[in-house]
Each structure stands twice: as structure tokens, then as C-alpha cells.
Write a protein that binds this ligand. Structure first.
Ligand code: HEM
Length: 90
């Protein structure tokens, strides 16, 4: 999805908003899509082999994992660089 403003700039404000309940449905179990919430944005990690079935090193997709990344992960948020934010978390 590509949304642009008048000056052609991409802005996260243009992304659709999803509730926590909608995010929870994309946990890798109930639907094909696998989404992860991070710092107010929702990333689609469906294509990642490291998030198959919604599980990633004992973390489950379908929720806001901001604190978990900061607390538990051996990597930084740069792991999201190659994924598109597809929405904002309400
Ligand atoms: C015990 C906690 C965790 C471990 C051991 C772990 C481990 C890893 C490893 C080894 C990789 C691949 C190498 C790399 O890019 O550094 C990776 C990638 C990634 N991690 Fe984590 N991670 C943890 C927690 C998290 C959390 C909480 C999130 C989400 C907020 C997250 C999101 C990602 C993403 C999006 C990728 C990229 C996947 C890809 O490239 O296909 N990780 N993680």
C-alpha cells in the first residue's frame, strides 16, 4: 500500500488505525496475516521465516511487543527496517 501527501511525502499518519482486538486476530493462528505492534505502528511480518505461525523466540505476534523488544531482544528495532508498517495501533 502506498499513500502519499500533496508533496509526495509518505507519512505514518496516513496509515489505517487498527484496534488491539484487530491486531490480536493476526497472531499467526487465526488468520494468514501475521502482524506485530511496535511503538504505535503495526508491521506485517507474514513473510518472515522467523515469525512462522506467529511465534518468535517465545514471543507471540498479534500484540504490542514494544517493551519486549527493549527488554528481551538481542537486537535493535532495525530488524523492522525491511518490513512495511501497514497500520497504526489505536
Ligand atoms: C528473546 C527475545 C528475542 C530473541 C532471542 C530474538 C532473536 C532474533 C534473531 C536471532 C533474529 C535474526 C537476526 C537479527 O536480525 O538480529 C531476529 C529478527 C527479528 N526479530 Fe527478534 N528476537 C527476540 C525478540 C523480538 C521481539 C520482542 C520482536 C518484536 C517487537 C522481534 C522482532 C524481530 C523482527 C521483526 C526480526 C526480523 C525478522 C526477519 O528478518 O525475518 N524480536 N530476532
Amino acid at each position: 500500500m502506498t499513500l502519499t501527501t500533496n508533496n509526495g511525502q509518505l507519512t505514518t499518519n496516513d496509515l489505517p488505525e487498527y484496534s488491539r482486538a484487530q491486531l490480536a486476530l493476526r497472531n499467526g493462528q487465526d488468520r494468514d496475516e501475521i502482524w506485530v505492534g511496535y511503538q504505535g505502528l503495526i508491521y506485517d511480518v507474514t513473510k518472515s521465516r522467523l515469525w512462522r505461525r506467529g511465534n518468535h523466540y517465545e514471543h507471540w505476534a498479534g500484540q504490542d511487543l514494544t517493551r519486549e523488544l527493549q527488554k528481551d531482544a538481542p537486537h535493535t528495532e532495525h530488524v523492522f527496517d525491511k518490513f512495511h508498517a501497514i497500520g497504526r495501533l489505536k
